[in-house]
Design a protein around this ligand. Structure first.
Ligand SMILES: O=C(O)c1ccc(O)c(O)c1
Ligand SMILES: [Mg+2]
Length: 621
């Protein structure tokens, strides 16, 4: 059972697509009709390129509007498909996809459809070709794989089988256990695509929003589990129509495609009790630390920001120019080294967050799974803390629970505070980290987290920046002890875009620290001198009524610029933002009442408008 990808999923010319698929390690492709028609390569030229790249062409697709057509369309369709069969012979491809008919001329008469497909079967057999009949979700008469199967059964021809495409099945909410009805030898091909759960016309949803398995909201594990249980041994093939992918690097999408199929196959094998061939998705316990790479000129400003946020210096690295700062349970590694990883990260991105450290249930298994998924490692000089490449070349350090207990004492000398460090802000944990990512890498980083780690996603949020739309995807583990948000925009002047240009690429833009009591934390932060992000009075005038705030609450929230949200169950979330350091990253303090699982999305527009007021004036001239 091989991985395959349809050329329509990748950007560029047919040649670019085939080269990218091969470079990512795909052994097989589907050739999309338009990609072939638009190519200057002859069929023999394509065949030679496939051979050179070690690729098999396992499907030619699509062929449209053949069954149930009146004359003269019917005769023409049969002549056209005969020409396709000839081309396929030259390409070395023995399988073609026939979409269910969408033509307004077509008839839905079952006997006609069955008779036409049987005649097609006879023609296909003379060319040694097999035809997979696919129910398009928007097919005029056939739009459900259960119907397509009934038709294929009635056709009863060795050259006519069914082709399953997860988009068409799952977009319509067809139960995956219906696949059990299909005779295994009649399942000719399987195409896979995920998609975000949108309430949209099937055709538009399919042609623009499909994504790789693990980037959307469909239960593909359940779908593929049924296909494996059936005993299907053919290719699992990605067919992704996606506007972003059409503009992205074909190499990146192809590489992610392999990762997504490998992770999906693993999940489906587990679902049916088959022996897995890689460790399970890694369980994250928490974020143990955040590491800043700090340039010489920024040392004072970073120390000022950390102190104002209530952090204190608690350790000095034994051998490196690295400090450990702490705020309750949150650790900050402040790296001043000019060489090594942090030094080079600082050179290319400026003073910024260069790494996060995760505590996982099993470090060795995490690294082994990462290896199976083609996630790049970074040679770490601390053996108990291996590292993976993360967003924008930042690192994700992987710590066992045991390593997380010893790492600080092993590496750092304790610094006793000589002076009273000020009131405790009461930080209980790193609540979440927020990454800002260029649009073309947005889905790629979702796949990274979802394929390697045991995490789930929430519905994507659309957030309004005064200068454009920002999309935000929250990813978290089941207990909520690990949370990350991925944010992106197309709007060139939105805060997220300004961050991307200031920091020369993606990165972590803010860190949220969880406190037990926001009012107490806000008072402590004022004493530390935190520069809070001001929030307009209009917001509080509304919030007082909307959340029926007590007078005391209303006053402290207004005085401390604390935002508030509430979920459907009345569970609340309070947020306080710091001003940004050098227009790049900032802190958020949050109080999360038990069970509240969001991120204060309704307040994001208020926060972005407030931050927009602090942007540099545009200089003209
Ligand atoms: O959008 C389409 O027309 C189309 C074409 C071929 C397919 O396999 C498919 O799933 C959709
Ligand atoms: Mg399809």
């Amino acid at each position: 059972m091989t991985n395959a990808i349809a050329t329509v999923s990748l950007s560029g010319t047919l040649e670019d697509k085939l080269r990218a698929a091969a470079a990512a390690g795909f052994p097989a492709v589907e050739i999309f009709d338009t990609d072939f028609l638009a190519s200057t390569l002859s069929p023999q030229g394509v065949r030679a390129l496939l051979d050179e790249l070690g690729l098999a062409c396992v499907l030619y697709q699509p062929f449209r509007d053949l069954e149930g057509m009146p004359e003269p369309f019917r005769a023409r369709a049969f002549e056209r498909i005969r020409q396709k069969f000839q081309v396929m012979g030259e390409l070395g491809c023995d399988r073609i996809l026939l979409c269910s008919n969408c033509s307004p001329h077509s008839s839905g008469d079952r006997d006609r459809i069955v008779a036409d497909l049987r005649e097609l079967g006879d023609l296909a057999a003379t060319y040694g070709v097999k035809v997979g009949y696919e129910a398009l979700a928007w097919g005029l008469h056939v739009n459900d794989h259960r119907d397509a199967w009934e038709i294929v059964k009635a056709v009863d021809h060795p050259s006519i089988g069914i082709l399953l495409d997860s988009f068409h099945s799952l977009a319509r909410g067809i139960p995956s256990d219906s696949i059990r009805a299909i005779a295994p030898d009649k399942l000719f091909f399987v195409q896979l695509a995920d998609a975000p759960l949108l309430d949209m016309n099937y055709l538009y949803w399919s042609r623009h929003f499909r994504s790789l398995p693990g980037q959307g909201g469909f239960d593909l594990t359940g779908y593929v589990a049924e296909i494996l249980k059936l005993g299907y041994r053919g290719p699992l093939s990605l067919e992704i129509f996606n506007d972003r992918f059409r503009a992205n690097s074909a190499e990146m999408v192809a590489r992610d495609g392999m990762r997504s199929l490998d992770a999906l196959r693993d999940a489906a094998r587990r679902a049916i009790g088959a022996k897995p061939n890689m460790p399970a998705r890694a369980r994250i316990e928490r974020i143990e630390f955040i590491e800043f790479a700090v340039g010489d000129g920024d040392r004072g400003a970073i120390e000022g920001l950390l102190r104002s946020a209530g952090c204190s210096l608690v350790g000095r690295h034994r051998t490196k120019a690295v400090e450990l700062w702490r705020n309750g349970s949150a650790n900050f590694v402040v790296n001043h080294e000019t060489s090594g990883f942090a030094g080079s990260y600082q050179l290319s991105h400026g003073t910024s967050i260069c790494a996060i450290g995760l505590v996982v249930a099993d470090g060795a298994a995490t690294m082994e799974r990462a290896c199976h998924l083609g996630i790049a490692m970074h040679a770490s000089d601390i053996p108990t803390m291996p590292a993976l490449r993360g967003v924008a070349g930042s690192l994700v350090y992987v710590l066992d629970i045991e390593a997380s207990r010893t790492i600080w004492a092993d590496e750092f000398d304790t610094v006793l505070p000589l002076v009273y460090a000020g009131p405790d802000v009461g930080v209980q944990a790193i609540d979440h980290v927020a990454a800002t990512i260029p649009n073309d890498e947005y889905l790629s980083w979702q796949l990274y987290w979802r394929s390697l780690f045991d995490v789930d996603v929430q519905a994507q949020q659309d957030v309004i920046d005064p200068k454009g739309l920002v999309q935000s995807q929250a990813i978290q583990n089941a207990s909520g002890s690990f949370r990350i948000t991925l944010n992106t925009t197309d709007a060139r002047d939105a805060l997220a875009s300004r961050f991307l240009s200031q920091s020369f690429g993606a990165g972590f833009q803010h860190i949220a620290l969880r406190v037990g009591d926001m009012n107490a934390a806000a008072t402590a932060l004022s004493e530390h001198g935190l520069a809070k992000l001001p929030v307009p009075d209009n917001y509080f005038d509304d919030a007082e009524q909307r959340f029926a705030l007590s007078d005391a609450d209303a006053v402290t929230m207004r005085d401390n610029a604390v935002l508030i949200d509430e979920d459907g169950e009345g569970r609340r979330y309070r947020q306080l933002y710091s001003r940004a350091f050098a227009k790049t990253f900032f802190f958020e303090f949050v109080e999360r009442s038990a069970g509240y699982d969001g991120y204060g999305a309704p307040n994001a527009a208020i926060r972005l408008a407030a931050q927009n007021r602090f942007r540099d004036p545009i200089v003209i001239g």
